[in-house]
Design a protein around this ligand. Sequence first.
Ligand code: M3P
Ligand code: FE
Length: 311
Amino acid sequence: MAMTGVLRPGHAQLRVLDLDEGVRHYRDVMGLEETGRDDQGRVYLKCRDEFDHSSVILRQADHAGLDFFGFKVLDAATLDKLEADLNAYGVQTERVPAGDLLATGERVRFTLPSGHVMELYADKKSIGNSCGDVNPTPWAPDTRNGIAPIRFDHLLLYGPNVSAVQKLFTEVLGFTVAERVLNPEGTENLIVFLACSIKSHDIAFAEYPEPGKLHHLSFLMDSWEDVLRAGDIMNFYKVPVDIGPTRHGVTRGKTIYAWDPSGNRFETFREDRQAYPDQEPLTWTFDGLGEGGGLDYVQRKLHDTFLTVVT
Ligand code: M3P
Ligand code: FE
């Protein structure tokens, strides 16, 4: 087994302005499965090919955005080691008890220099992906509703101190920089795309003055055709669309950015690049992000909303 340490983005708790409206969006339009509700009123959902209990957790609040996100690590020993490494690096951590999130074990929680609350955890109850484990079907027709993404894929987060975040992810958590976008002066990274796998990225951070902001939560689709089909569904349900369908030059992802009813941006995305950790990061200049097609490879422009609209 080559893949150890931090495995993947596992959950994100989103604030929504109206819970029923949020559930209608994520369950009925996106087609995620509702897997539970807790005594705090939070709603838990998962994508059809995820086997762990939940990946998207909705909490009603008076402003939209991201409460926290969690990455799953290999096992309890890895969790202990990463917590010790974080502490030795000078990051304070706290343990959130098992069961605080439904079906989820103890979480190690800490705040990033960008102001985001991040968690690591080793245990989440597996409830299966409805394809079966023996002679499995590639997809189960009875769970393919709405946009029907395969899984929660990555996050793009906006906040200050991106270089310190990059250092923490690469020096402590074992991530590599797959791609980066330089600031207009060409002196620092404006956006870093970080991977703990051979995905084009598992998380990305963009420099922004306000801490703790969400740019988008991304969902993986089976194919480019399914990204286009997601667009048809967005039109049918009058989902406000930001950008696309198009391809990002950065990461080569095929994409639509759109907003949920609370204004949280989400992405329907088809991965088109794999980045092994021994490859040097790909670099985009600030002009490359716009005119070079980094953001929108087809239209070759830096859409205003990309740098300004976050929750
Ligand atoms: C994504 C993605 C930029 C591209 C963003 C890419 C910053 O959101 O998932 O590939 O130009
Ligand atoms: Fe994305």
